[in-house]
Ligand binder design. Structure first.
Ligand code: GLU
Length: 422
């Protein structure tokens, strides 16, 4: 997989933001506010390793904006995590929540390391020590982390436990919503695990309806086979579509007869990657990108669809499960080629939407069933989809810029209503 990042992914966000702000004539003063992140927390903290050594880690939490509600966004564990990436991801979260009409702002965090190189006990201590280092920079009504790349429900359970343990005894029970994406038994929501993939599939199905495209018999490829890629693949299979190619950090595989996403999920859980999946042939990165399919779902890292890869893409639709998979050059090429794009801040919002439902359930001491969660997710994400589609039609523009305009209009209105203190 192409892991080489462009120098600074935050520059992509700035370019996207400026383009949308110009097109909609965003208020000049509000533009100044939204073009900066509010708070940037960077922490260096020591962790004891299994062999008794101490290792130092660097973690980040960037809070972009909270005018619509508490800061919200995931935490990732990856060697490529740096301040630019976290800044970009935090900013995308602000737009995402604003488009989906949920009362959250945007934040993101992470630790710069490769979790595959550490034992489970070490991961627990790294997570707990990071949570402790963040201290009151997070909180159930202030900033609410969630899973992202290489983090999961277990990591969230350790965070909750650490955060609550540092609080006075009488407020600990009121802390459950300090993180979302928890295990269901520890206060998580049913349906949160599959939520991002489910949202990706809901938006693909809506696109198929709108464009009169038959998903039954369609083909798709997926980059990244973690939570988002595997769930999206499995859920799309039930519409009669066939998975043809998958790429992850271990390599790329392909089969014209189709890859079974359910079997592939168990295989990846057992082996750690898609490499050598029985019945598939190994392909190179370049060949993976030129595989002809109807739908391509990038569900890995940023900057994958670029001036280098976009020209070879042979697809009708790109459904962005990842955050920031397409850079501005890639975007321009996709537009020239007439490839439809469901942009990340619309397409992958299912995760934060169900995080909002989890947060609400915790606050009200309620447990909703899957029918209720999925039904509400569908309503939220499809309403967002329609807002973006209408805006794209109104301005006769691409869906990414339209999605930005939906978000920016909402934020502009709130700033105008509230004014600036003092
Ligand atoms: N990490 C996910 C995202 O990028 C989910 C964030 C959340 O649930 O707060 O949207």
């Amino acid at each position: 997989m192409e892991n080489k990042k462009q120098l600074n992914v935050y520059e992509n966000v700035c370019r996207q933001f400026n383009q949308a702000a110009d097109r909609m004539n965003l208020d000049f003063e509000i533009r100044k506010i939204l073009s900066k992140t509010m708070n940037e927390i960077s922490v260096n903290f020591p962790v004891k390793m299994d062999d008794g050594r101490i290792e130092m880690f660097t973690g980040y939490r960037v809070q972009h904006n909270n005018v619509l509600g508490p800061f919200k966004g995931g935490l990732r564990f990856h060697p490529a995590v740096d301040i630019h990436e976290v800044r970009a991801l935090a900013t995308w979260m602000t737009w995402k929540s604003a488009i989906m009409d949920i009362p959250f702002g945007g934040a993101k965090g992470g630790i710069q390391f490769d979790p595959r190189k550490y034992s489970r006990n070490e991961l627990e201590r790294i997570t707990r020590r990071f949570t402790f280092a963040l201290g009151c920079n997070i909180g159930p009504e202030y900033d609410i982390p969630a899973p992202d790349v290489n983090t999961n429900a277990q990591i969230m359970a350790w965070m909750l436990d650490t955060y609550a343990s540092t609080m006075p005894a009488h407020v600990r029970q009121a802390c459950t919503h300090v993180v979302t994406g928890k295990p269901v038994e520890a206060g998580g929501s049913i349906g949160r695990d599959k939520a991002t993939g489910q949202g990706v599939v809901f938006t693909i199905v809506q696109w198929a309806k709108d464009t009169r495209f038959d998903l039954n018999g369609a083909t798709y490829s997926v980059q990244g086979f973690g939570n988002v890629g595997s769930w999206a693949s499995r859920l799309l299979k039930s519409y009669g579509a066939t998975l043809i190619a998958v790429e992850d950090a271990t390599g790329a595989i392909q089969s014209n007869d189709g890859l079974d996403p359910d079997i592939l999920t168990s295989y990846v859980n057992d082996t750690g990657g898609v490499k050598d999946f029985p019945g598939s042939k190994k392909v190179e990165h370049a060949e993976f990108f030129t595989t002809s399919v109807d739908i391509f779902i990038p569900a890995a890292l940023e900057n994958q669809i670029t001036a280098a890869t976009a020209p070879g893409l042979n697809v009708k639709l790109i459904a962005e499960g990842a955050n920031g998979p397409t850079d501005p050059d890639g975007d321009r090429i996709l537009q020239e080629k007439g490839i439809n794009v469901l942009p990340d801040i619309l397409c992958n919002a299912g995760g934060v939407i169900v995080s909002y439902f989890e947060w609400l359930q915790n606050k009200r001491s309620e447990f909703w069933d899957l029918v209720e969660v999925d039904g509400k997710l569908y309503k939220k994400i499809i309403s967002g989809y329609h807002r973006v589609r209408e805006t794209a039609q109104e301005f006769k523009m691409d869906w990414r810029t339209a999605a930005y305009i939906v978000a920016l209009r909402r934020l502009e209105k709130v700033y105008k209503d509230r004014g600036i203190f003092p």
